[in-house]
Design a protein around this ligand. Sequence first.
Ligand SMILES: [Zn+2]
Length: 477
Amino acid sequence: MSRVVIIGIDGLDPFLIDKWRDVLPNFSSMYSDLPQSVLESTFPPDSICAWTSIFTGENPAEHGLLESIDYLSAKKIKNDESRSSYIKGKTFWDIAGKQGKKVCVINPFLAYPAWEVNGVMISGPVFEGGALSAFPEGFVEQYHFPQLGGIVDFPDKKKLPEFITRTQSITEELAETGLKVYQDYDYDLFFITFLTLDRIKHFLWRFTDEDDIYYPGENPFQDSIKQFYVLFDKIVGRYKSSLRDDTTLLVISDHGHGRRCQKCLNLNELLRLKGYLSTSGRGATGALKKIIEKTKVLTIAFMSTFGFQDWIYKIAKFIPNRKALKKSTYLIDKASSPVTLSNVCGTNPFGGMDISAGSAAEYEKLREQIIDELMGLNSTLGANAVKWAVRREQLYRGLHEKRLPDVLFELDGEYGVGMDLFTPLSSRNYTHKKISGGHKKEGILLIYKNSEGIIKAKRPESVMGVKDYVLNLIAAY
Ligand SMILES: [Zn+2]
């Protein structure tokens, strides 16, 4: 039916396209209205999980890759080839290649190192530094590719101007080089991914949003995010005007991105108060740990309030077992706690609980109780803080279902999961000053077709439908 060009933009948000459409002529030409453009992300709407679903068509219970990136941790996530070896061979470009289509894939998230495809594949390391990888080897030597892959930046406030400039030039270089590759060869499927917009939004959101609690007033970064949307609009325009005949252009994101939660719902504390979670250490040790926890909560609140947020992370580097301190796990006696917060939880609205019980009946009873406790918070707090809470199989079924938490929930967008103990149930999110942009579950899919043919394939509603959609588009070409 059609050749396909896909521009993947991590974190491209349909609500912002809608808001700024007057200055985004190319996005606008592919956009009709909000409901028509939303592509639902996975639960949780994290890059690893959602891109894997885009590539393979599998839901999170089927692929089981639920790891999220902690932007507050200066420690880089290790390159783990098990993730990419799971994806290898299963992606839409692998399948298209096996059907004889010529493919070119540039900078696919996680898919590193590059593997053999029917065409070209170029990727960068997932998180840590590392060399660019290409199939066929040596293909990249004729081009000038910038740094690729999921670079995790961690800029201090004073380094933001440099961060913006560098991120912009990486984006422009990748767009330029990608277009050159596209024009030099004739591919049936061309797929290029940009990971830069998401990072800009994580760090710069509060400077651009007057409604943000930490909006500093007029500032030099005021329009930084909008300027990146304008930049991406120009990039999409350049690709659009270079399309060959009979080509469908897709612009796609793995999730949306907007203001990160400004409050925390302290669910460890809820579990403790309700008797599901036991704290460790009795007597003097227990008392000392309680003091450490309270000191931690107060110190972070103080430093953040008085503008020392960059120092929290500098100092934290010297604390051994800082993750345990951050998540308050040093205080929790896991063996005697039937319900604990899942690793899926972060300071965002999407989370889960792990449950351990002696029998299947007890397990089900506990799950029901926890769902009731979570939903009951809405009357306690007098706000709709918890949108929904369900048993995991109500959301997704699949081979790796058990990697999902036993109970899943979504909070209101103003709340993230708080891990602190001995603290009020609801508190301010003090990490918001450092990371003020957060993922939203509404991603985007924009479609443009430059031929007379009719697209018979049905537009997908969620990221899981992208693979089949793309394969349908190119099947008859
Ligand atoms: Zn992402």
